[in-house]
Design a protein around this ligand. Structure first.
Ligand code: ADP
Length: 155
């Protein structure tokens, strides 16, 4: 059976942190579906189409990566995609507490689905989309934090 993982997130925008987690997870799975959540309570900064386009650009040469958008519960989307794994990155202890609760509750709701965590490499662990958005909003240069070729413009 194909080992399919879902990498859910808002990717607002994709950063070098996301890219690194995904690259390192690739050898573990046959397919990774990057799933851009559309129903987050968060107000997104970059339009969905733009976020999706950037992700496609970053993984254009990676046949094991697929990109989808979804609404609703991540575990329901996993079932729809026949994915048995959820991939998440753990940057901080705050991430850990938050992710632990979600993963444990998901396990109660869908026992066949495992959440797999990957720690960022130290030099990327301080990168997050919120900081990148703040830099862009204030007309700073966020290129050191995003994958090569991504040009961010204030919205
Ligand atoms: P969400 O709103 O679901 O947290 P994000 O796009 O912010 O969506 O993050 C998606 C996933 O990528 C999360 O598991 C997050 O921990 C992980 N991630 C984001 N930035 C980094 C980073 N610098 N290093 C490792 N993982 C990261």
């Amino acid at each position: 059976m194909k080992r399919i993982a879902i990498f859910p997130g808002s990717f607002d925008p994709i950063t070098k942190g996301h890219e690194n987690i995904l690259q390192r997870a690739l050898p573990l799975f046959d397919e990774i579906i990057i799933a851009i959540g559309k129903n987050s309570s968060k107000q997104n900064y970059f339009p969905l189409e733009q976020r999706e386009k950037w992700i496609r650009q970053v993984f254009a040469n990676e046949p094991k990566v697929r990109i989808e958008t979804y609404t609703g519960l991540t575990i329901e989307f996993c079932k729809k995609m026949n994915a048995k794994y959820i991939l998440r990155g753990l940057r901080t202890s705050a991430d850990f507490e938050f992710e632990k609760a979600i993963a444990q509750n998901n396990k109660i709701m869908a026992s066949e689905i495992e959440t797999v965590f990957i720690l960022p490499i130290p030099e990327l662990s301080a990168i997050n989309s919120t900081i990148v958005r703040d830099i862009v909003r204030n007309n700073g240069d966020a290129t050191p934090f995003v994958p090569k070729g991504i040009e961010l413009k204030a919205q």
